[in-house]
Design a protein around this ligand. Structure first.
Ligand code: ATP
Ligand code: MG
Length: 198
C-alpha cells in the first residue's frame, strides 16, 4: 500500500493540545503512516499583523511537544526552505521526497474557510487530499467538493484552545499547564517566550 502522509501546517506560536489531539485523531481515522506538524517559516498571512516568534523557537516547542508519540513528527521543511511559507511548495517538495505517497493536507474549520487566499491553490489540490477538522468558534465549511477538492472530514474532540489565548495567558502569568504539553511549556519558560517585555 502507498505511504500515507498528513501535512498539518501551522504557525504553532505556541503549539497546544488542540493541534496534537487533531493530529493523532486524523492519523488514526485515515490510517496515515505519519502526520507532520509543519512549522511555517514566515506565516505570510500573519506576518505584519502581530509579532511572530522566531521559527526555531516555534519548531523547538513543536518537537518538544511531539516527543516520541508514534506517527507524529515536527516538520522543518518550510524553515529550511526559508522565505514565506506556501503550502503549494511544501506539498510539491513532499511529493518529490516521497514518490508514490498519498498526501493529505490537514486544516481546521477556520483555515478551510480561507483557502481561497492561498497561493497556487490548484497545485495543492492536484497533489493532495484535504482533511478538515472541526474547531469550536468557527462554522463548518461548505462547498469544498464543488471546488474540486478530494475532502475527508474528521471529527475530533472539540477543544476551544488557541495560540492567541495562550500567548495572552503567558503574558499575564496565567497557567499554561495541560493546555500545552509540559516539555513545550519548559521551552517557553526557559526562553522567556511571550513575556510582556519580550
Ligand atoms: P492563532 O490563534 O495564533 O491563529 P491557532 O491556535 O489558530 O493560533 P495555528 O498555528 O494558527 O494555531 O493553527 C494551525 C492549524 O491548526 C490550523 O489548521 C487550525 O485550524 C488548526 N487548529 C488550531 N487550533 C485548533 C483546535 N483547537 N482544534 C482544531 N484545530 C485547530
Ligand atoms: Mg490560527
Amino acid at each position: 500500500m502507498a505511504e500515507r502522509i498528513g501535512i498539518f501546517g501551522g504557525t504553532f506560536d505556541p503549539i497546544h493540545v488542540g493541534h496534537l489531539v487533531a493530529a493523532v485523531n486524523v492519523r488514526h481515522q485515515l490510517q496515515l503512516d505519519n502526520v507532520v506538524l509543519m512549522v511555517a517559516n514566515i506565516p505570510w498571512q500573519k506576518a505584519g499583523a502581530r509579532r511572530v516568534s522566531p521559527a526555531q523557537d516555534r519548531f523547538d516547542m513543536v518537537r518538544a511537544a511531539v516527543g516520541c508519540v508514534p506517527g507524529l513528527e515536527a516538520g522543518r521543511t518550510e524553515i529550511d526552505r526559508g522565505g514565506p511559507s506556501y503550502t503549494a511548495d511544501t506539498v510539491a517538495e513532499m511529493a518529490r521526497l516521497h514518490p508514490g505517497a498519498e498526501l493529505f493536507v490537514i486544516v481546521g474549520w477556520d483555515v478551510s474557510a480561507e483557502l481561497g487566499t492561498w497561493e497556487r491553490l490548484g497545485e495543492v489540490r492536484d497533489l493532495a487530499s484535504l482533511v478538515v477538522v472541526n474547531r469550536p468558534g468557527t462554522p463548518a465549511p461548505s462547498g469544498l467538493w464543488q471546488q474540486g477538492w478530494r475532502v475527508e472530514e474528521v471529527t475530533v474532540p472539540n477543544l476551544d484552545i488557541s495560540s492567541t489565548d495562550l500567548r495572552a495567558r503567558a503574558a499575564d502569568g496565567r497557567p499554561l499547564d495541560y493546555l500545552i504539553p509540559e516539555p513545550a511549556v519548559r521551552v517557553i519558560r526557559e526562553r522567556g517566550l511571550y513575556a510582556v517585555s519580550g
